[in-house]
Design a protein around this ligand. Sequence first.
Ligand SMILES: *Cc1c(COP(=O)(O)O)cnc(C)c1O
Length: 453
Amino acid sequence: MQRKFLLSENDIPENWYNIIADMPNKPLPPLHPGTKEPIGPEALAPLFPMELIKQEVTPDKWVQIPDEVRNIYSLWRPTPLYRAYNFEKLLDTPAKIYYKYEGVSPSGSHKPNTAVPQAYYNKQEGIKKITTETGAGQWGSALSFACKHFGIECEVFMVKLSYEHKPYRKVMMNTWGATVHASPSTTTEIGKKILAEDPNATGSLGIAISEAVERAATNDDTKYALGSVLNHVKLHQTVIGQEAIKQMEMAGEMPDIVVAPFGGGSNFAGLSFPFLRLNFDEGKNIRCIASEPSSCPKLTRGQFRYDFGDTGGMTPLLPMYTLGHDFVPAPIHAGGLRYHGAGVIVSQLLRDKLIEARAHDNVEVFEAGVKFAQAEGIIPAPEATHGIATVIAEAERCKREGKSEVILFNLCGHGNFDMKAYQDYFDGKIVRHEVTEEEIKASLARLDTPEIP
Ligand SMILES: *Cc1c(COP(=O)(O)O)cnc(C)c1O
């Protein structure tokens, strides 16, 4: 009974996989917010270093990982892949359940897989400071760690709700030398504007992005970094799935189903894209399922259309599944999933029915997370519990149908800094929450951006 499938440092991938090269329908271009005409990569130059902009649009199937980045990856990569025997037993399912565990990174999630190369390319281009947003605090911690390594200053706008719920995430960022503001803050124009309208605003990822972008756009030696959504972020995360393929081969199996929680799409992309490559290249038929909260259901109930990536409307217009850029999700604990839109690549894949999506209720996901923790030991990040809820649903289907399908999911982070969320769950303070059709319609009706036929 082998539980763990471990690789050696030599197995850290040498390239990132760019799924765009294999997509039957390429993503539509971003549009200029004013003219609504397609924009080229140069429009991103005030915010990102050139190398990342190149990666954002590259048609190449493989992008080489710099040695220095692989070297830092080796602090925690390759990450382990486990067979969840105890969880299978608890669920009494004939399904075989595996999980890739990204919680072994310094900051406790998959986020450093992209934070490190992003800091590296900024350093290469002489950038002194990087600003960013963070929801649950996972991205801010990852970027703080990466910036410290390369001697770059890091300023983080943290969604106020999380700032209050997760004081130790802030201390973690401070330990790696970063400055952290609760967002909306009084240090930016957009933050001041939002606080003037609602002094008790709990914030959202969209607002925090606007603050970080504003800071970078108004300072020459400062760039901005995004922890999800963009193509280059998804690209960097594909180290997860490439390792997982090798590990599933060690286990002598291939997944029938690959599952990952979904915020903007980066950990989902990281695990699933290399498996989708097997679908494209080898005719395999692996189902890839993205799991989102029913309180922020852009994939399952949003519209595919052009929208802004941030609340303030400062980013280019992106073709994506969205609930509308000023949709403020209910204050659920999975801060990392409180984002109104889905990344462009994943949106196109969903539209082309090459991937699937599921939404899960807040109570259901905590039930799933506690079950998993009690069976396998690791306490999952609240975001990760959404994937586990999908795994349970699929394992139950396998039981009904008498099938021993192989399920692989991304345990993309641990929940050791999320005890407040678990405590609220045990205290009965986590309640079911469903967005109404009226709320979604009203939010989408506020968009004046082009619909995509
Ligand atoms: C950030 C984060 C997410 C959501 O972001 P994606 O880009 O969709 O991966 C999910 N889980 C954890 C643990 C995170 O830190």
